[in-house]
Write a protein that binds this ligand. Structure first.
Ligand code: AMP
Ligand code: FES
Length: 269
C-alpha cells in the first residue's frame, strides 16, 4: 500500500506484502525494536556475532553493520565434513565483501576432536554435545577478545520451538533462562538474540534480497531431532492461525518469564 514496487514476500501475520526495499527496512526496524525493547546493545558496545554461515546469523551480522553497530564475526569449524567447509566459505566471503573482521576457531585443529567424535566420547546426542561446545567457545572467544556482548542468530521460530519443547517437558530451569538477553556474569559475556521478532522465512528472504549467499543445507547431524519436530508442529499451527508463534513467545516473555524466575529464585518452582 505504500509503494508501487513488485511484492517479493507476503507476511500473513502482518497482513502485508513487501517489496525488496521495504522488506529490508522492515527487518532492520524489527531488529532495532528488539534491541531497544530489551536493552540489548548500545552504540559503543563491541559485539561478537556467532556466525554459522546460515541465513540467520549472516542476516543479523549484516543488519547490525547496516544499523551502525560495531560487530565482528566468530566462526567455529565443528569438523562436520562438507557441511562445515561450505559454512566456513560463506562466513569468510561475507566478511571479505564487507571488510569485516571474522574470528575463526577450528575445533579439530585446536582442540583435537570434532563434533561426531566428541558426541560419541561424551555419549551425548550430537546436537547436545555441539550446543555445549559452542556455548563454551562463544564465551571464551568473547572474553578473550574483550567483547561486551555475544550475539546469536536465534530467530522467532527457534525461540518458539525451544519454548514449546521446554513447556512440553516442563523444563522450568531452562524456561527461566529462555530470554532474549542474558546479562553478563561469572566471566560470561552478555548474550543477546536480536532476531527474536523475525521468522526464518523473513531472514531467508532478507538474505536473498541482499544478495547474501548462505549455507542452505541443514546440519546433517540434526536430521530428525526433536527441535525440528517442534518447529514443524508450530508451522502447522501458524499456517492456520498466523501470529501464533509470536503470541506464544512474546506472551511467555510478558506474562510468565518473570514469574518463573522469581519462583526459581525463591526455590518455590
Ligand atoms: P544452532 O545451535 O545451530 O541452532 O545455532 C544457533 C546460533 O548459534 C546461530 O544462529 C549462530 O549464531 C550460532 N552458531 C551456530 N553454529 C555456529 C558455528 N559453527 N560458529 C559460530 N556460531 C554458530
Ligand atoms: Fe551442531 Fe549440527 S551444528 S550438531
Amino acid at each position: 500500500t505504500v509503494c508501487r514496487e513488485p511484492a517479493v514476500i507476503d507476511l500473513r501475520r502482518h497482513n502485508s506484502n513487501f517489496c525488496a526495499s521495504h522488506l529490508q527496512r522492515f527487518c532492520r526496524d524489527q531488529v532495532q525494536k528488539a534491541i531497544d525493547e530489551f536493552d540489548m546493545l548500545t552504540p559503543g558496545d563491541r559485539a561478537l556475532v556467532a556466525v554459522s554461515g546460515g541465513k540467520d546469523s549472516l542476516a543479523v551480522w549484516d543488519i547490525l553493520l547496516e544499523l551502525g553497530y560495531r560487530a565482528d564475526g566468530l566462526y567455529i569449524g565443528l569438523g562436520i565434513g562438507d557441511y562445515s567447509d561450505t559454512s566456513k566459505e560463506h562466513a569468510r566471503r561475507f566478511a571479505a565483501e564487507r571488510g569485516a573482521h571474522l574470528v575463526e576457531i577450528d575445533l579439530p585443529a585446536e582442540y583435537g576432536y570434532d563434533i561426531p567424535e566428541g558426541a560419541r566420547a561424551a555419549r551425548r546426542a550430537p546436537c547436545s554435545a555441539c550446543g555445549l561446545t559452542k556455548r563454551h567457545l562463544f564465551d571464551q572467544a568473547a572474553v578473550d577478545g574483550g567483547y561486551d556482548v555475544l550475539v546469536t542468530g536465534h530467530n522467532l521460530d527457534d525461540e518458539a520451538a525451544g519454548l514449546f519443547g521446554n513447556v512440553l517437558h516442563w523444563h522450568t530451569e531452562y524456561l527461566a533462562r529462555q530470554l532474549p538477553v542474558l546479562p553478563a556474569g561469572n566471566g560470561f559475556p552478555r548474550k543477546v538474540k536480536p532476531l527474536v521478532r523475525l521468522s526464518e522465512r523473513e531472514t531467508a528472504a532478507y538474505c536473498i534480497v541482499r544478495g547474501i549467499e548462505y549455507q542452505v543445507e541443514e546440519c546433517p547431524m540434526a536430521a530428525g531431532n526433536r527441535h525440528l519436530g517442534y518447529k514443524e508442529a508450530l508451522n502447522t499451527i501458524e499456517e492456520r492461525s498466523p501470529g501464533t508463534k509470536h503470541d506464544f513467545y512474546f506472551g511467555f516473555l510478558d506474562r510468565a518469564a518473570a514469574l518463573l524466575r522469581a519462583g526459581i529464585g525463591t526455590d518455590a518452582g
